[in-house]
Design a protein. Structure first.
Length: 447
């Protein structure tokens, strides 16, 4: 085993018999929180940090030759979600579509993909003291074993992809996915959600896409894996880059998908102003959506006192805590609150008027959905993470660790920022300094 380039921490690569090539890392850390029980409220008990793994090394170990130049970007973005693995302190995580940003050209924003060969991956990690170690990594591939990539699927519907400097157009890819939520099935396969479709994706234990479930009428053609139109057509109105982000697995096996933001119904302005988004229940046995629920955000200045833009409200994580109970994370990039909801039959709005895109006013336009007869899910505040010292920003993944502790993971965006200053004159990343961390928060009264 040899050290990497000067200035980078050491990363060791090995082969495991039953899994794809594994990336192992012993990485530098941040300090842990005070372990005393003096405070009566929620508190951070562990903060563990992922060190530097060059993105090219990571990607080419999994799928040789996929990344020619990583532009100085390290592995990041694994904080799109977190799901408990079998052993204590171990978790399954998933990257999003990869390093991406926005640069204005002639007054219009262009979506950049500095490492277009990056392939989204499922990453198994272990929290060991104040270090996050990568135990395993599984690339997400098509039926023929090719990388799905994180590139957008469809022209007109998805943002056009550009090179790191926003000057050169890149190709769309119907296989591309912007993965977010993750759960692992009892058979070892994985379920993921995606923001592009939005879609629900069933992936084998080795990372091959088995089926991608998309909204009816999406007409995604040319993909190198099965695509099934099984989701309500109203989801075609998802806001750009705000499709499914949260995914939970109920004890009976059903899945619950959370739409990150309100739909753009009847238009983008209505979606940006709305505080009503949707959760959907999916039966893997029936391969169908079986229920849909209206979820109402708190006012944005309640979730984040520093924010006044309602469009900044998002759901990034949902966690099953009982047969029909979920923790739902309402957040901005700077703050987050966890609400407890119960999924009831009486709250099901599937296939009703609110799934008809011609209904006026739309669900998203209602100032008070409950007063208009919509059975909005009732919720109860469990914890305001914005008030807990030591919790980082942009928490996108949450998992339970025992009865009274939560594991939180942030999305560090691969150390990227928006704007032309994201890369230097040589095309190398100017790192934001934001690290990927797993933070344990203990709740004094449990969940």
């Amino acid at each position: 085993m040899s050290p990497l380039a000067a200035g980078r921490r050491r990363v060791h690569l090995s082969v495991a018999a039953a899994v794809p090539l594994v990336v192992l890392a012993a990485l530098a850390v941040s300090g842990t929180a005070d372990a005393h029980d003096a405070a009566a409220g929620p508190r951070v008990t562990i903060t563990a940090t992922l060190g530097d793994i060059p993105l090219g090394t990571f990607s080419n170990t999994l799928l040789p030759g996929t990344v020619g130049d990583d532009r100085g970007v390290d592995l990041g973005g694994i904080g799109s979600d977190i799901f408990p693995a079998a052993s204590k302190g171990e978790f399954w995580t998933v990257t999003d579509r990869g390093p991406n940003g926005q640069i204005k050209v002639d007054g219009k924003k262009r979506r950049t993909f500095p490492v277009p060969g990056f392939d989204p991956a499922i990453v198994k990690i272990r929290v060991s003291g104040n270090t996050v170690r990568v135990l395993d990594a599984i690339p997400i591939t098509t039926s023929s074993g090719k990388p799905v990539t994180g590139l957008p699927d469809q022209a007109e519907r998805d943002e056009a992809p550009y090179s790191y400097d926003a000057q050169t157009p890149l190709s769309y890819n119907p296989d591309g996915v912007d993965t977010e939520g993750i759960v692992r099935g009892a058979d070892g396969s994985f379920w993921l959600v995606d923001e592009y479709g939005p879609s629900l994706i069933h992936v084998s234990a080795r990372g091959k896409v088995l089926t991608r479930y998309v909204p009816k009428g999406l007409h995604l053609t040319g993909a190198d894996y099965p695509v099934v139109e099984a989701l309500p057509a109203v989801l075609l109105h998802r806001k750009t880059n705000r499709g499914f982000e949260g995914l939970a697995q109920l004890p009976g096996g059903d899945l619950v998908m959370a739409l990150q933001s309100p739909l753009s119904l009847p238009d983008g302005d209505a979606g940006d102003a709305s505080r009503t988004t949707r959760l959907l229940r999916f039966s893997p046995k029936r391969q169908a959506v079986t229920a849909e629920y209206a979820y109402r955000f708190d006012p944005v200045n309640v979730v984040d006192p520093s924010e006044d833009d309602t469009s900044e409200l998002k759901i990034s994580s949902v966690v099953a805590v009982g047969r029909d109970h979920l923790l739902v994370e309402e957040r901005t990039d700077k703050a987050a609150r966890l609400q407890l909801v119960k999924l009831t039959r009486s709250a099901d709005i599937l296939a009703g008027a609110w799934d008809d895109a011609t209904t006026s006013p739309s669900l998203e336009q209602l100032d008070d959905p409950s007063a208009s007869g919509v059975p909005v899910l009732r919720k109860h505040l469990v914890v305001d993470l914005g008030t807990v010292a030591g919790v980082p920003g942009k928490i996108e993944g949450i998992a339970r660790v025992g009865r009274d502790t939560l594991a939180l993971i942030n999305d560090n965006d691969f150390g990227m920022t928006d704007g032309s200053g994201a890369f230097d004159a040589q095309g190398r990343l100017v790192d934001s300094g934001v690290e990927t961390t797993v933070t344990y928060v203990r709740l004094p009264h449990g969940i």
